[in-house]
Design a protein around this ligand. Structure first.
Ligand SMILES: Nc1nc2c(c(=O)[nH]1)N[C@H]1C(S)=C(S)[C@@H](COP(=O)(O)OP(=O)(O)OC[C@H]3O[C@@H](n4cnc5c(=O)[nH]c(N)nc54)[C@H](O)[C@@H]3O)O[C@H]1N2
Ligand SMILES: Nc1nc2c(c(=O)[nH]1)N[C@H]1C(S)=C(S)[C@@H](COP(=O)(O)OP(=O)(O)OC[C@H]3O[C@@H](n4cnc5c(=O)[nH]c(N)nc54)[C@H](O)[C@@H]3O)O[C@H]1N2
Ligand code: SF4
Ligand SMILES: [Mo]
Length: 699
């Protein structure tokens, strides 16, 4: 008899983690859609639906130990006992020789890190680090500077917004399904949308107004808007008086930066800048000037985000419906939080290899500075890193300059990669610990803060048929081998029971759709209880407190970005709706949709280089190295100074046939890119690079 059922689970194709329903037929996932009994009402994105192709695809299915040189692709199979035992004894050796802090763990952060943090505490290393320097660290720190709220502590009430500005934020392609649906609905109900991007996109196609500044000049545009709001008296005077400090300093600082000045700098017309400021004032306080997400782009990206927070604050859009709202948590709505696994062990004395706490006093250790961790692998480091566990993270593809990264990794005694798919770092690892796919693994229970906080958990939709393991099994197994008995759980049920102690929630409460709401509806703070985590306890319009902590001026004079040399382009990258970072390019359903990336260029540039759409070009970095070849896409919809490419292509490891050498790798174009970060926010300056295009003669 055929065994058919529908399982509730959580999508794992990207970090949005949408609730899903998986239709299973004879042990195989046949169809996935968004959970019908959630706000998704069945909706899902292409990547989520393509999850059914993951089970059969090429991926590591059993633990592997390297036998040839690093990166040679020579491994031998091992049992889990052997592989975990090997990792445990190598970690112990490394710690005995180089100190407890010599072990680095990096991952993509998010709601499941409690488990990893518990392990790192257990072994006594404070060197745990996220991917954030290549993603959201600037916007996180900008929020802390102005509001005292980090990125995860700030939510956007799109549903009630009257004017939304998306600057360097492609919300309908770099998407989370429920967020895109909420914004779509708000637009239908009359919310104005202004998109500021250096190219057109699905998001800009939905905009009432599209502004296309010269790449790297967003800060000038924002200063022009602040100037207009202040000089025309368009800001919310009561909000500023009651909740903000630093207004006078800000007003003096922006005096030189009129809309006319901003127009000359950005190429956006003075009229458009004035009109934007005036239109925002009409919609105030229900306005959101989005501070961005992937903000590791320029030397002043922190300042762009900081100015987005300042503009929204001037318009009173903080703590109100339709604006920025502090995320509620279990605790803030009067519920008992999950019992933390990391509470099993005391925090080790912080001795960070990336300089946070010593050299970088303002930066958040929860984010970390991964490029500095890589540097600490080189001989002579103050806190040397000798072992590295890359968990759900490919530093070689996601950080600039793979050759420079490999040169750092070559100093390690041990490189462990934990992943459900092949990737550059998996291919370079000494030990590969294969993770089960999201359809075949359970998660620990996670807490999600937001307008209405919740607990959620992923349940298995299918039984695994390979020799992979879930996160908790790998961590518990390592803990057992390292004598960390308290973390050596023998079942996921035991972990859940531990986490739920005292919360009044039981596993049965998750049965319906995998989550448990901790309050009814959205929570907005009462005006009198609105509080800010800045040193002054107020919205800091001059970011004075942050300036003191970084030791750098906080209101910073604008510096015009360099123009690309003759025949060169500024490299600009971003996401597409049909792929996730670099790990879906080998999925046959998604590869069919988009097998390689394209080089977007403006017709004027195409003409002078003699290029037409479809012509293949190699993209060449400042060292004269090619990052692979791809077809040109000639379009009016991009600024002439830029070449745009979707990130994640041009993979160099041979294991994934559909992804191998397809398109070009933007990360390879960022020569010496590990050397510079935004001094105020910590983000790598990944778009401060110029590249050239070279015709591929044989098509
Ligand atoms: N489908 C899909 N969705 C995703 C992801 C994914 O991989 N795939 N990844 C998730 C993750 S981890 C992240 S961080 C987010 C990222 O979310 P976003 O930051 O919104 O995504 P990006 O596509 O990197 O960039 C957004 C836009 O910034 C524009 N841009 C580039 N340079 C400039 C500039 O100088 N000025 C202006 N104004 N605009 C500029 C790009 O053209 C692009 O359209 O997406 C998340 N959602
Ligand atoms: N040049 C350039 N660099 C960039 C970007 C860019 O646009 N251009 N984008 C940046 C951004 S926004 C980000 S967020 C980073 C992303 O960087 P990464 O986090 O490294 O990217 P991913 O491809 O999402 O994931 C890396 C690996 O983790 C594995 N993985 C995915 N999910 C899981 C999981 O749940 N558990 C485990 N154990 N493994 C998993 C995947 O198989 C994949 O091989 O890259 C950044 N770097
Ligand atoms: S946005 Fe798409 S890929 Fe990401 S979790 Fe949701 S359905 Fe999955
Ligand atoms: Mo990201």
């Amino acid at each position: 008899m055929v065994n058919a059922y529908t399982a509730n689970s959580i999508c794992g194709m990207c970090t949005a983690r949408c609730p899903i329903q998986v239709h299973v037929h004879d042990g195989k996932a046949q169809w996935i859609h968004g959970h019908m009994e959630t706000s998704l009402k069945g909706a899902l994105c292409a990547k989520g639906a393509a999850g059914i192709a993951l089970e059969e695809g090429e991926r590591p299915r059993t633990p592997l130990l390297r036998v040839g040189p690093r990166g040679s692709g020579q491994w031998r199979e091992a049992t889990w006992e052997e592989a975990l035992g090997h990792v445990a004894s190598e970690l112990q050796k490394s710690q005995a020789l180089h100190g407890q802090q010599s072990v680095l763990w990096s991952d993509r952060n998010g709601p499941f890190t409690d488990l990893y943090r518990a392990f790192m505490r257990g072994i006594g290393s404070s060197n745990i680090c996220s991917h954030s320097v290549s993603c959201d660290i600037n916007v996180h720190h900008a929020g802390q500077a102005v509001l005292g709220w980090g990125r995860e502590a700030t939510v956007f009430d799109f549903a009630n917004c009257k004017h939304l500005v998306l600057q360097s934020r492609n919300l309908f392609e770099a998407l989370a399904v429920s967020e895109a649906r909420t914004v779509g609905k708000a637009l239908q109900q009359g919310c104005q949308l202004t998109v500021i991007d250096i190219r057109t996109s699905i998001t800009s196609a939905k905009a009432n107004t599209f502004l296309c500044p010269r790449p790297g000049t967003d800060y000038a545009l924002n200063l022009g808007v602040i100037h207009t709001l202040i000089t025309e008296g368009l800001f919310q005077k009561d909000f500023v008086a009651q909740y903000c400090t630093g207004f006078e300093e800000l007003a003096t600082f922006v005096q030189p930066y009129s809309a006319a000045w901003a127009a000359a700098e950005t190429g956006v017309s003075e009229q458009a800048i004035l009109a934007l400021a005036r239109s925002l004032a009409k919609a105030a306080p229900h306005v959101i000037w989005h501070p961005g997400w992937m903000t590791s782009r320029y030397g002043d990206s922190f300042l762009v985000s900081q100015s987005a927070f300042i503009i929204t604050a001037l318009l009173g859009g903080i703590g109100v419906k339709g604006g920025f709202v502090p995320a509620s948590s279990a605790k803030s709505v009067g519920k008992v939080p999950l019992q933390r696994l990391s509470a099993l062990y005391p925090a080790p004395e912080p001795q960070r290899a990336d300089g946070i706490g010593t050299e970088y006093l303002a930066f958040d250790p929860d984010k970390g500075l991964l490029h500095k961790m890589l540097e600490a692998m080189k001989p002579g480091a103050r806190v040397p890193i000798k072992s590295y566990i890359a968990w759900r993270h490919d530093p070689i593809q996601s950080m600039p300059d793979p050759a420079a990264i490999k040169a750092c990794l070559d100093n390690l005694d041990l490189l462990v990669a934990v992943s459900f798919s092949w990737s550059e770092v998996v291919h370079y690892a000494d030990v590969i610990l294969p993770l089960s796919t999201y359809l075949t693994r359970e998660s620990i229970i996670a807490h999600k803060g937001g307008l209405s906080p919740q607990f959620f958990v992923r349940q298995k939709a299918l039984e695994r048929t390979d020799n992979t393991r879930a996160d908790w099994e790998i961590v518990s197994g390592l803990a057992r081998h390292m004598g960390l008995d308290k973390l050596a759980f023998s079942s996921v049920e035991a972990i859940w029971e531990y986490q739920l102690q005292g919360t009044g929630v039981s596993m049965a409460d998750f049965a319906k759709n995998g989550s448990v709401s901790l309050c009814e509806g959205a929570v907005f703070p009462a005006p009198e209880s609105l509080c800010f985590g800045t040193p002054s306890g107020k919205v800091e319009l001059s970011a004075a407190g942050w300036g003191e902590r970084t030791g750098l001026p906080s209101l910073v004079a604008y510096q015009s970005p360099q123009r690309p040399p003759h025949n060169a382009f500024r490299i600009i990258f971003g996401r597409t709706a049909v792929h996730t970072q670099g790990h879906t390019m080998n999925n046959p359903l998604l590869a069919e949709q988009m097998p390689e990336n394209l080089a977007w260029i403006h017709p004027t540039r195409a003409e002078s280089l003699g290029l037409a759409s479809g012509q293949r070009v190699e993209v060449v970095n400042a060292r004269g190295e090619s990052a692979g070849s791809l077809p040109v896409f000639v379009t009016e919809g991009i600024h002439p100074e830029a070449v745009f490419m979707v990130h994640g292509f041009g993979q160099k490891h041979p294991k994934e046939a559909l992804a191998f050498n397809k398109g070009a790798a933007d990360n390879e174009l960022l020569a010496h890119g590990l050397a510079h970060h935004d001094p105020r926010g910590g983000g790598l300056t990944m778009q401060e690079h110029f590249v050239t295009l070279r015709k591929v003669e044989k098509q």
